[in-house]
Write a protein that binds this ligand. Structure first.
Ligand SMILES: C[S@@+](CC[C@H](N)C(=O)[O-])C[C@H]1O[C@@H](n2cnc3c(N)ncnc32)[C@H](O)[C@@H]1O
Length: 281
């Protein structure tokens, strides 16, 4: 029998879109990410994925429906892995973690301190469906609240990752969060998926995203260098276009051809596909 889920706000409910995408990916014969834990968790929670028609539509095949969610998680995982291998004493912060089990996928050494942060309501559900793990710390907080970072050691290099979060932070909250994070740690990296202004428009207006539209409050930005102007000392290191990902080869012909046509152009790649950005501070 599935469990009784808390009444979530649209921003909080968005966690089921990404979790659902990874769960459906794991059911593919040749998954992009292969996170079977995501499937176990969504089954345990009993969430109805039909609330996100983009995951269940019959007009797209399953690989196309999950590509962006699964491959962006994989891309962010790889960035975290690389940082940890260079900094075994790192702290990792997964901002807006939802029910993601990135730590289980990455399996960091015990020298790494891992912090998962989301609203208290979400962390409450997380405690019921995600098994505990040595080295993992959960923080239930609104990320725009200035105090939650006090519980995170500020003397070690930090890898800060945010998968699917930024759309749900208002502009002032986002910019002040970035400034607090970069002041708190001596050095580190920050990686997240970019929401362009078009992507934000789509999230707010596509009927397939109606469940979360009211939670989308960030205006989005098209220039990946924009955060350098908001935060002193932040430097863009890399912009990763999923149109150029090797996993494109696993897409059906039409989407594969579209991605390959767009891939040479950064502007087109930002327009039609997911982009992951990595900064250093
Ligand atoms: C699209 S979901 C992504 C969840 C997870 N990163 C994943 O990939 O499955 C966005 C998450 O950000 C969280 N979130 C949004 N605004 C937040 C805030 N101000 N403070 C804490 N968490 C927030 C939501 O609760 C939700 O879990």
């Amino acid at each position: 029998m599935s469990m009784k889920l808390p009444a979530f706000t649209p921003a909080q409910e968005s966690l089921f879109l990404t979790l659902g995408g990874r769960a459906l990916d794991s059911r593919l014969p040749h998954p992009f990410l292969g996170d079977t834990m995501a499937d176990e968790i969504i089954t345990k929670a009993g969430y109805d994925l039909a609330r996100f028609p983009s995951l269940t539509t019959k007009f797209l095949d399953q690989r196309s429906r999950v590509f962006d969610i699964a491959v962006r998680a994989k891309t962010l995982d790889d960035l975290v892995r690389r940082f940890i291998s260079d900094h075994p004493d790192a702290v990792v912060l997964d901002l807006g973690v939802g029910l993601d089990t990135r730590m289980f996928r990455i399996d960091p050494p015990l020298t790494v301190g891992w912090y998962d942060i989301d609203f208290p309501e979400v962390m409450g559900l997380r405690a019921r469906v995600v098994p505990p793990r040595a080295g993992a710390h959960g923080i239930g907080a609104d990320l725009t609240d200035p105090d939650w970072l006090e519980g995170v050691p500020g003397s070690r290099p930090a890898m800060i990752v945010a998968d699917g979060l930024i759309a749900f932070l208002n502009q002032d909250g986002f910019v002040s969060l970035l400034n607090r994070l970069t002041r708190h740690f001596p050095s580190g990296e920050l990686a997240f998926n970019l929401y362009t202004r078009n992507a934000i428009w789509a999230l707010k207006h596509l009927s397939s995203m109606a469940v979360i539209a009211d939670g989308v409050v960030n205006p989005g930005f098209d220039n990946p260098r924009q955060p350098e102007r908001w935060v002193g000392g932040l430097k863009l290191v890399e912009e990763i276009f999923l149109t150029r990902a090797p996993e494109v080869a696993g897409l059906p012909l039409l989407l594969r051809a579209t991605a390959r046509l767009a891939a040479p152009s950064a502007r087109l790649s930002r327009l039609i596909g997911t982009v992951v950005v990595r900064y250093r501070f």
